[in-house]
Write a protein that binds this ligand. Structure first.
Ligand code: FES
Length: 417
């Protein structure tokens, strides 16, 4: 069992370290082409996204049996998630007749617990079985039992719903490893969907993902907010403790600067405040997320900085080789009001201030990554969560499918906790 004292010792070790950690390997370069090559992008589409557990929605978005939500996170993977009597199902949003779109609205509730194709009205139940075919006399030997909707795996973690196109994937809870245990203190089943929004960003999805896996950029990109040095703002990245977990997952623990009060302090230089007051804490949250800025990554594309009074899921979706969609979805205790309370607005505004600093800078990274001068990435020890994720990308795609010039070497297995 991890204790706050044990974690503090790890923080102190990182703060006091005078050089590169003994025994930790230098990280091999990551080929630049992984961010710009159509070949690598196609490998990701064909294998990575088709074999990964992907966040698809929250139970609050499904008020009744028959409620559905479209998943459109990955090109070439149109999916609907539907609430059934017993839980949730996911299907390709593709009719078994001539490929018509089953539902066109992003979200809704189907009539009579039936999914009806918009093209010629073939009718399916919530398990995807084909029930009704208009003018069935005009089909010769149509076997309805073989023409159901094509299912994906669909499982839940707390109120979060995940899908996986690989029917032989390991169960979600097993795949997530230590994450459900470490996040259990947030009482995920009791959290409500608060709000969500998204950004279209002109960079490869991994440029975004990488930026949220290290704190090395804080003192430069975030010098207007959390990275501003000084007694009132805010974090000390030298004390960062990173944990690498199996399947590419990871955790980031970042100490506040000595004396910084995240619920009260305002930067003397920029007026930035974390905006963390006025919202009730989730009572079951333990000491670690209260004492340290704590963030988890669930491979491949979900990162969550967890705060005791509510937190966002950050999701990074590919929309092209050099474009992506960044989705932010907030969860917290139910606030019982129809409009978003002022304290929540302030908290989200402060968080978005930090995000804007990233989003203003990162498209320029993609542009320069496309320059012939950029051949490979050299990572330091503070950036090892990035390398860990890249190793997992290759394991999921299969190293033998990836041309040698595009692969990363596998070096971090001995450091997975
Ligand atoms: Fe769906 Fe024809 S394509 S009923």
């Amino acid at each position: 069992m991890e204790t706050i004292e044990g974690l503090q010792q790890r923080v102190d070790y990182e703060k006091g370290r005078k050089g590169y950690p003994e025994g930790f390997p230098p990280l091999p370069d990551i080929p630049a082409e992984r961010y710009i090559s159509p070949e690598f992008y196609q490998l990701e589409l064909k294998y990575l996204w088709q074999r990964s557990w992907l966040y698809a929605g929250h139970k609050d978005q499904f008020p009744k049996v028959g409620s559905f939500l479209k998943f459109e996170g990955v090109p070439g993977m149109p999916v609907i998630v539907v609430r059934t009597e017993n839980g949730f199902n996911a299907f390709y949003n593709t009719c078994s007749h001539r490929g018509g779109c089953i539902v066109q609205e992003r979200q809704g509730t189907c009539l009579g617990k039936r999914l009806i194709c918009g093209y010629h009205a073939w009718t399916y139940n919530l398990d995807g079985e084909l029930l009704g075919v208009p003018d069935s006399r005009d089909f010769d030997g149509l076997d309805k039992s073989k023409r159901g909707l094509v299912k994906l795996r669909c499982e839940t973690w707390g109120g979060w719903i995940f899908i996986n196109a690989a029917l032989d994937a390991e169960p979600l809870q097993q795949y997530l490893g230590v994450l459900p245990g470490q996040l259990a203190q947030f009482d995920l089943d009791k959290l409500s969907y608060i709000t969500s929004y998204s950004y279209d960003v002109a960079c490869n999805w991994k440029v975004l993902m990488d930026a949220f896996a290290e704190n090395y950029h804080f003192v430069s990109v975030h010098r207007g907010s959390v990275g501003l040095p000084g007694p009132k703002c805010a974090v000390d990245h030298h004390g960062t403790v990173m944990s690498l977990f199996k399947n590419g997952h990871s955790r980031n623990i970042l100490p506040w600067n000595d004396g910084f009060q995240p619920t009260a302090d305002v930067s003397e230089e920029t007026g930035f405040s974390m905006g963390m007051g006025g919202i009730a804490d989730i009572p079951s949250v333990g000491p670690i997320p209260r004492q340290f800025v704590t963030a988890f990554t669930a491979f491949p594309n979900l990162t969550t900085p967890v705060y005791a009074n509510g937190f966002p899921l950050l999701l990074f979706w590919p929309t092209g080789i050099n474009t992506s969609r960044f989705e932010v979805i907030w969860f917290g205790l139910p606030h019982g009001e129809s409009a978003l309370p002022e304290a929540w607005k302030q908290k989200i505004e402060a968080f978005n201030f930090i995000l804007d600093e990233d989003l203003t800078y990162l498209p320029s990274v993609q542009l320069s990554a496309e320059s012939p001068a950029f051949r490979s990435i050299v990572l330091n020890y503070q950036e090892r969560r990035i390398y860990h994720a890249h190793e997992q990308i290759d394991r999921v795609i299969g190293a033998d499918q990836i041309p040698e010039r595009l692969r990363v070497q596998q070096v971090l297995a001995p450091f997975v906790e």
